[in-house]
Design a protein around this ligand. Structure first.
Ligand code: ADP
Ligand code: ADP
Length: 220
């Protein structure tokens, strides 16, 4: 469902050029759970951002379900991104002055969806991460693990095919981290493709496949 063919990405700042990814070939099947590992700065986040259409490769092609959005307008790429991908990050990126339920509804504001439907979908998503009882709380009234589960509900509320997770347990203790991994495994078993960056070998071993990145290249 996701194919990267000879993909490279260079970041250009005023004076420095960084080759962040070099000639990447990677195929991810529908409903796979892939863990991405590698040292800091090796290109893991760049890889996730390219897969999730947050950024574009400057060489090679990216295919999503057989389509290659390389020549598409930004607006159309954004639409494909919003339909296909949910994102979670190490820092939860919740909006602190919105209640949990309103945070989860956010991605649906860009869809043609009635207020009632939005509420219903958000309640389902919260139930799937075990947080129905917290829907009227504010994010800072929850533990880190609960906040990440809210972020997962927000990522999944639009029913994306793929969940991209950039060190989702990096700010959590091991017990809360394990809870988050359990939820990702459950979503994967229900058919969602998961691509997760992690530093934790034990977590990575729970994935069906481990992709190792070193210095911008896939090494295993
Ligand atoms: P990782 O996620 O493995 O820590 P990244 O993908 O974030 O690695 O970064 C890969 C390389 O690209 C690093 O050398 C990093 O400094 C550089 N890089 C990442 N983002 C940018 C950016 N927006 N501008 C310039 N360089 C960047
Ligand atoms: P880290 O996990 O390395 O501390 P983040 O989780 O904040 O960093 O972000 C990982 C990557 O995703 C970064 O390249 C960042 O620019 C990008 N990013 C973070 N939040 C968003 C967002 N809400 N929408 C789009 N891109 C984001």
């Amino acid at each position: 469902m996701i194919k990267l063919n000879n993909v490279s990405k260079t970041y250009q700042t005023d004076t420095i050029e960084t080759l962040a990814l070099k000639d990447i070939n990677l195929h991810i099947q529908k409903s796979e759970f892939v863990a991405v590992m590698g040292p800091s700065g090796c290109g893991k986040s760049t890889l996730l951002n390219l897969i999730g259409l947050l950024d574009r490769p400057d060489q090679g092609t990216l295919e999503i379900n057989g389509t290659t959005p390389a020549s598409w307008r930004d607006k159309d790429v954004a639409q494909l991104r919003n339909q296909s991908f949910g994102f979670i990050f190490q820092s939860f990126h919740l909006i602190n002055d919105l209640r949990v339920i309103d945070n989860v509804e956010l991605p649906l504001l860009y869809r043609s969806c009635s207020g009632k439907q939005r509420r219903q979908l958000a309640e389902q998503a919260l139930a799937s991460v075990g947080l129905s009882a917290r829907k009227d709380h504010y994010p800072n009234q929850l533990s880190g693990g609960q906040q990440q589960r809210v972020a997962i509900a927000r990522a999944m509320v639009g029913q994306p095919q793929v969940l991209l997770a950039d060190e989702p347990t990096g700010n959590l203790d091991s017990q809360m981290g394990a809870e988050v991994i359990d939820i990702l495994l459950k979503l994967n078993q229900a058919g969602t493709t998961v691509v997760m960056v992690t530093h934790d070998e034990r977590q990575a071993k729970q994935a069906a496949r481990i992709v190792r990145v070193f210095d911008g290249q896939l090494v295993a």
